[in-house]
Ligand binder design. Structure first.
Ligand code: ACO
Ligand code: ZN
Length: 195
């Protein structure tokens, strides 16, 4: 039996599975071709060593790696990252949001999944690969890492990715002004996994 998730249309057969250490360079290459946020080898290795079940690749039936998703687990007292509260439901000033945020810190830290990066090579997009990677990430975060929620940052202009996340129940909960190096804002989006 084949390991991993079966997915894809007639035109594209692929599986989603754990990445192997020797595939880090392929993942780095896909990342550099698809996103301006790039990382050095040691960072990928750190994610793979620590949260390997959530370091995923999509592989075609031909054996080509065409996409990846990698995540980490963190602990936080921030109710927004845990999906307990949104800052985008009212039009309060930044200062009062900050004061609110400090006031509403939870007494205890809780585990939260952080989807660090997900990408699919351009020629393989819109065929369900991103969905399969995200679905498996959510499943692993829930079942293996027992997190309360999953969060991520995404460029406010990245409509395809935002649409994908919303399809899987992620909600915009915070705007992080000037998060990216070029000055663009990020949305923080969260999907809560427990009640
Ligand atoms: N326009 C509008 N909606 C889109 C688009 C698009 N270009 N692409 C995907 N979607 C939405 C649609 O709702 C789509 O469902 P549909 O095809 O049935 O309409 C849904 O997302 C799922 O699409 P998939 O085919 O599963 O996703 P895909 O394999 O194309 O991968 C991804 C999506 C990963 C966002 C891809 O476009 C990509 O690699 N983009 C560049 C890298 C990137 O922006 N990554 C996210 C950065 S944020 C972060 O990493 C935390
Ligand atoms: Zn991040």
């Amino acid at each position: 039996m084949k390991a991993g998730v079966e997915g894809g249309s007639k035109e594209l057969r692929f599986t989603v599975r754990k990445a192997r250490p020797e595939e880090i360079y392929i993942v780095m290459d896909i990342n550099q071709r698809t996103l301006p946020e790039n990382y050095w080898y040691g960072f990928y290795k750190f994610l793979l060593d620590n949260w390997g079940e959530a370091f995923l690749v999509a592989e075609t039936s031909e054996g080509d790696i065409i996409g990846y998703a990698m995540s980490r687990v963190e602990r936080t007292r921030d109710p927004v990252l845990l999906g307990l509260k949104s800052e985008l439901e009212n039009d309060k000033s930044v200062l009062s949001k900050v004061i609110d945020a400090i006031r509403s810190q939870l007494a205890e830290e809780r585990p939260v999944g952080h989807l660090v990066s997900i990408a699919v090579l351009p020629e393989y997009r819109r065929k369900g690969v991103g969905s399969a990677l995200l679905a498996k990430t959510i499943e692993v975060m829930d079942r293996v890492y027992n997190v309360d929620a999953i969060y991520l940052e995404v460029r406010v202009s990245n409509a395809p990715a935002i649409r994908l996340y919303e399809k899987f129940g992620f909600k915009k909960v915070r705007v992080w002004r000037g998060y990216y190096r070029d000055g663009e804002d990020a949305y923080i989006m969260v999907k809560r996994l427990v009640d």
